[in-house]
Design a protein around this ligand. Structure first.
Ligand code: MN
Length: 329
């Protein structure tokens, strides 16, 4: 997934109540191109940039796609990333992933595809012709300063779903309820899909040093003691909790839980790059434009490599804004 916002808008934020749960409302963002697919973005927002090291939450579908259907599906040409990991998680459909490490993989429901950009990577993402329903999320994790220049790499992990206190849990990154993902995390964090049948309340033990976010994909969810969370919204829960008490009302809940220790670092995030300064982002952009865009992706970029097999041109970067980029924390 690529962040194609060229003029990111200021964001409406929900309320903060006495129980320290914030509701982060989604905004619709086109992924670009004349037949743009729309996603719902809940992170980053003006008032919140990070939950643990999680720094980006896009949620899309369920969309009917393919021949004769209304929606175009996903077609994101090769584009760069630095200083982050992309976490692809699908509920339905299939996406073909190609990246400059040579990885060529399908993203499928219930299976994590984790791409660590490190010092620099490029990738393309296209929903396959067989896909009739596309539904999923793409999340980014900021790499800590100690690992943000790591060698780019790609990992796949299919968690075994686990029954826990009436809920079905897929732990795709980090650790939760005794399950640990094999995929590499560079800061203490968790990512999991939680499905709760209608009328069931489940208690999920969590690390009290973590802050959490709960993205509601579907259903009638209330976080006990803190209120209900509308569909497509991201609830933020501050540190200091030993458990999350999640209750499904009249309809079954599907949610994605993210969390982690507060990153404790200021980051600069622009387009598809994460760095630590305005000048570093300017340099990333210049290198992408000169070594990849200007050559139509035909040459090997020292930082971003080359994507093999994508039938089209790489995405040019938008113009830099006229103001210096500010750090977020
Ligand atoms: Mn991407």
């Amino acid at each position: 997934m690529s962040n194609l916002e060229t003029e990111p808008s200021e964001v409406v934020i929900g309320t903060v109540d006495d129980c320290a749960m914030e509701i982060l409302q989604p905004r619709d963002v086109p992924l670009g191109g004349p037949r743009a697919m729309e996603v719902r973005r809940t992170l980053p927002q003006r008032a919140r940039s990070l939950i643990g090291a999680w720094c980006f939450v896009d949620h899309y579908g369920p969309d009917l796609v393919g021949a004769g259907q209304g929606k175009p599906g996903m077609t994101v040409p090769p584009h760069p990333h630095t200083g982050l990991q992309t976490v692809s998680w699908l509920f339905a459909g299939e996406i073909e992933h190609r990246d400059s490490t040579g990885a060529h993989a399908m993203v499928r429901p219930g299976e994590l595809n984790l791409m660590t950009a490190g010092s620099g990577i490029q990738h393309s993402e296209v929903s396959t012709p067989a896909t009739t329903m596309l539904h999923g999320a793409q999340l980014w994790v900021a790499l800590p300063d100690s690992h943000r220049h790591t060698t780019p790499h790609f990992e796949h992990y299919a968690p075994t779903p686990v029954l826990h206190d009436g809920a079905t849990v897929h732990v795709f990154l980090g650790s939760l309820i005794g399950e640990t993902s094999t995929a590499t995390a560079y800061t203490p964090l968790v990512g999991a899909q939680i499905d709760i049948p209608a009328g069931v309340t489940t208690r999920i033990p969590v690390d009290r040093t973590f802050e959490h976010g709960i993205l509601v994909d579907s259903g009638d969810l209330s976080v006990e003691g803190a209120g209900s969370v509308p569909v497509d919204n991201l609830a933020y829960l501050s540190i200091g909790r030993d458990e999350l008490v999640l209750a499904a009302g009249e309809t079954a809940v599907c949610a994605v839980l993210i969390g982690g220790e507060p990153l404790g670092e200021s980051i600069v995030m622009w387009w598809n790059f994460i760095g630590r300064s305005h000048d570093e982002i300017v340099a990333f952009r210049a290198q992408w434009q000169a070594e990849v865009v200007a050559t139509d992706g035909t040459s090997d970029s020292a930082r971003f490599g080359r994507v093999e097999g994508y039938p089209g041109r790489p995405l040019p970067a938008p113009e830099m804004p006229n103001v210096r980029l500010r750090a977020r924390d």
